[in-house]
Design a protein around this ligand. Structure first.
Ligand code: AGP
Length: 609
């Protein structure tokens, strides 16, 4: 939540910072702002609303020419999304400018102390307190002032600070939230995520917990809170600007849907040995420890939770290890039973979701072995887990998750098969057969994508509906939840997903003449039961949209609209049924004239609890 950029180098900072903010806007779009150091002042411009409002304001004023700057795109927490609450925030002298991601939990006390001390605060934000605290502690050494302030801050934060006295310096600080340094030639960058500076450099340096970065055009110095210089891990980003651009698509989401076959290929690549069996060295668990596992607990939020649910079906089927899936925000507060014979899997695209991170930390305190399934190399969830299995989906910019979910599910199948392989609950030939089926999936997704015109037409036709229900059984159930979430978040429709067998226990009361009900019905042993559920709905006037497998005619008589997906093993079917759900939601939102990439009130990376 909130995107942050800092730049020091020879270029006009405002251009570099705006380019970075454009790439980070998925993190929040309630307001945007920049501050540039020039002529011994800090020039600040900020506007409520999307980045385009700030760009317009900048185009109507005298150019900012300084080469050191910071910027921010906001997802509001403290204070409404107004100009006044937009970052950067400044101190009483107007010399210190601060941008911030996170929540400073002791901000009320800090603010009170500042006001008693004579400081004038003008916004409702927690961030403004930091600018005044830096002002109080500053004696010529900006990094020392920031270090001293950080020691007093509670909660989580990334701060990036510029000062009028320092035309070649930006200082960053990090606790619990992401901050990465971009290592350029004669220029350096700070950002919430590498996408912000990928157009300038693909070399990045990790900034760790409670570290302070001094960014100059020719150096990056990282210290701990006591000022001791620390070594940092540097890495090379293996994708480029093209991956972070729309590439001719109207929306990132549409591009990301099309990228799914390639993304799944990447998830699978290099993870098989010469015998056609799985090699998941990343798990870092010995065979003996795997055989000793008593349970698997998967924690996640939102769409990642739906991937986790699919993972549960696969892990239990193939390994017979009891597996539970938990909404991460609920997990630690109910005192869950977790111990050293538990494998805790944290599924998170961003690897920064606060709820998932806290669930992971709680499980680690109970001595569980932890595995991150994440798309983001070096993310906090990955770094704090015992092991990380990267999903390799490439950058996902649209707020609504598509290829990340697809690759998470693929990774969860791999985890299930690997555990089964090591524990011997499936013989090697069966594991090989499942892996062959998985390797067919990218091609089958391509085939599914080629059939989507019928889905787009249907979405346009239904786009004035205010309620859509989704039902499914077995692995169709998580996909019903995912279909409903996609439609809800993109089109602001009251969309609900249910296990098909559950509708008669209440939800069927929602059905009236013409209510659209999407039925996830890939070929499955439970299809006959699903037929009964669909008949119950049709008897009450439901208009049924059935997603089913080629060659399976069981549902056809009960479908007002039929969407066919290619045949695959029923356990793997979510990798195909998800595609029409994504296309349906995106087209539905487009038909309503909505911003598919940036739905209202949302941010991609949810770093508050
Ligand atoms: C999905 O479309 C959403 N944007 C959201 O539910 C997301 O999956 C959730 O916030 C979890 O994010 P994470 O995978 O980065 O942890």
């Amino acid at each position: 939540m909130c995107g942050i950029v800092g730049y020091v180098g020879p270029k006009r900072a405002v251009d570099v910072v705006l380019e970075g903010l454009r790439r980070l806007e998925y993190r929040g779009y309630d307001s945007a702002g920049v501050a540039v150091v020039e002529n011994a002042t800090v020039d600040v411009e900020r506007r409520a609303g999307k980045l385009s409002n700030l760009e317009k304001a900048l185009s109507e004023r005298e150019q900012m020419t300084g080469t050191t700057g910071i910027g921010h795109t906001r997802w509001a927490t403290h204070g409404a999304p107004t100009d006044r609450n937009a970052h950067p925030h400044v101190d009483c002298t107007g010399k210190v400018a601060v941008v911030h991601n996170g929540t400073i939990e002791n901000f009320a006390e800090l603010r009170h102390a500042l006001e008693v001390g004579g400081h004038q605060l003008h916004s409702e934000t927690d961030t403004e307190a930091v600018a005044h605290m830096v002002e109080e502690r500053y004696d010529g050494d900006l990094a020392a002032a920031v270090r001293s302030v950080c020691k007093e801050l509670g909660g989580s934060f990334v701060l990036v600070v510029a000062h009028a006295d320092h035309p070649d310096l930006v200082v960053g600080a990090r606790r619990n939230l992401p901050l990465v340094a971009g290592v350029g030639e004669g220029e350096n960058f700070l950002a919430s995520d590498v996408t912000a500076f990928i157009g300038h450099t693909r070399n990045a340096r990790v900034v760790d917990q409670d570290q302070i970065v001094e960014l100059r055009s020719d150096s990056i110095t990282v210290t701990d809170l006591e000022g001791t210089v620390v070594d940092g891990e540097q890495y090379h980003v293996d994708w480029d600007t093209d991956a972070a651009e729309k590439g001719g698509y109207e929306f990132f989401m549409l591009k990301e849907i099309e990228e799914q076959p390639a993304a799944v290929r990447e998830t699978l690549a290099g993870r098989l040995d010469s015998k056609g069996l799985l090699r998941l060295d990343e798990l870092a668990l010995s065979d003996e420890d795997i055989r000793d596992l008593e349970q698997v607990v998967v924690v996640a939020c939102g769409s990642s939770y739906h991937s986790a649910m699919v993972g549960k079906y696969a892990i239990e089927r193939w390994t017979r290890i009891a597996t539970s899936v938990e909404i991460a925000s609920e997990f630690r507060y109910r005192d869950p039973v977790v111990n050293r014979r538990t494998l805790l899997v944290a599924v998170s695209q961003s690897g920064e979701t606060a709820d998932t991170l806290e669930a992971l930390r709680h499980a680690r305190q109970q001595r569980a072995w932890s595995l991150a399934v994440t798309n983001t190399v070096g993310s906090t969830v990955a770094r704090e887990s015992d092991a990380a299995l990267y999903t390799r989906g490439g950058p996902e910019v649209a707020v609504a998750s598509t290829k990340a979910v697809m690759t998470q599910m693929t990774a969860m199948y791999l985890v299930g098969l690997y555990l089964a392989q090591v524990r011997g609950t499936r013989d090697p030939d069966e594991v090989r057969a499942h892996l062959r089926d998985l390797q067919e999936i990218p091609h089958l997704i391509e085939e599914t994508l080629s059939r989507m015109e019928v889905v787009r037409e249907l979405a346009r036709d239904l786009s004035s509906e205010e309620r859509v229900l989704f039902i499914g059984r077995h692995v169709g159930y998580p996909m019903a939840l995912e279909g409903a979430l996609k439609l809800k978040e993109l089109a602001y429709v009251s969309a609900e997903g249910f296990p098909a067998g559950e509708i008669k226990h209440g939800p069927i009361a929602l059905v009236e003449q013409g209510t659209p009900v999407v039925v996830l019905a890939p070929r499955h042993a439970l299809t006959s039961k699903l037929v009964t559920n669909v008949q119950e709905l049709r008897a009450r006037g439901a208009r049924t949209i059935v997603v089913t497998t080629d060659g399976d005619d069981a549902m056809e008589p009960y479908a007002d609209h039929l969407i066919r997906i290619p045949d695959t093993k029923s356990l793997l079917s979510p990798l195909l049924t998800m595609v029409p759900m994504q296309v349906f939601a995106a087209e539905f939102a487009k038909a309503r004239g909505l911003d598919v990439d940036q739905p209202r009130n949302l941010a991609k990376s949810v770093t508050v609890e």
